[in-house]
Design a protein around this ligand. Sequence first.
Ligand SMILES: Nc1ncnc2c1ncn2[C@@H]1O[C@H](COP(=O)(O)OP(=O)(O)O)[C@@H](O)[C@H]1O
Ligand SMILES: Nc1ccn([C@@H]2O[C@H](COP(=O)(O)OP(=O)(O)O)[C@@H](O)[C@H]2O)c(=O)n1
Ligand SMILES: [Mg+2]
Length: 232
Amino acid sequence: SSSSTAASSCQRLRHHLLPSEEPLALNRRLARLFTSQDGSDGGDTQKPFIAFVLGGPGSGKGTQCTKIASDFGFAHLSAGDLLRHEIASGSEKGELILDIIKEGRIVPSEITVELIRKAMETKNAKRVLIDGFPRCEENRIAFEKIVGTEPDIVIFFDCPEDEMVKRLLGRNQGRVDDNIETIKKRLKVFESLNLPVVDYYSSRGKVHKINATGTADEIFEAVRRLFSSLRL
Ligand SMILES: Nc1ncnc2c1ncn2[C@@H]1O[C@H](COP(=O)(O)OP(=O)(O)O)[C@@H](O)[C@H]1O
Ligand SMILES: Nc1ccn([C@@H]2O[C@H](COP(=O)(O)OP(=O)(O)O)[C@@H](O)[C@H]2O)c(=O)n1
Ligand SMILES: [Mg+2]
């Protein structure tokens, strides 16, 4: 499949690159660029590097993932965004998801994992951040079963509750779950269902805990140090 991908990439790129060059020679040069021997042409031939990004609601997962994605070449998959996209599509499944999100509860794992699996397949990236997942043991086990792999690392943003509440109430993205009643429920769900997942990965030596207080830039300094030290 990689040669047809390379060929279509060539078609598209030919118009932008060296228009004077003889098309066949240029095609060959571009094909080499897109099909290197070590499998660096995407996740086609190799399992991607997977980082789960966890932390309470409002701890700054999304904010930090955006920065990691742009500085370290990761695809950013937010479980919450995938679920909200499904709601926006107007599907029947979306109605169920909306009811659950309004209550701060956790969407059935098969729905979320299937959305993540599809997004991973579409992006076909070498490095993937999975933001806000797994939220509970059931999420974790379903991912292992359906995607068939474990994360390489787990980032855990550690933030005090009062700071998380303050950030969520100021988020202003029109989210149905950023109100104080739902926030209280989300914090309970985080403590009872998500922290055990963090403990599980801690016992397997995969967790990198990052202090999530301070400015976004200060936190990213610690994040940058961590990602710079990884063998990606
Ligand atoms: N370090 C920070 N200090 C203050 N506000 C922050 C910080 N990081 C993120 N925010 C803001 O807090 C809110 C929640 O951040 P977000 O990245 O969406 O967290 P999460 O994805 O963990 O819920 C957003 O409005 C964001 O702009
Ligand atoms: N793995 C996940 C992720 C999110 N969700 C739902 O989506 C809501 C919002 O998740 P989110 O990750 O966008 O929220 P934040 O922690 O970023 O504020 C959660 O409160 C859950 O109701 C879920 O059910 N399962
Ligand atoms: Mg988020």
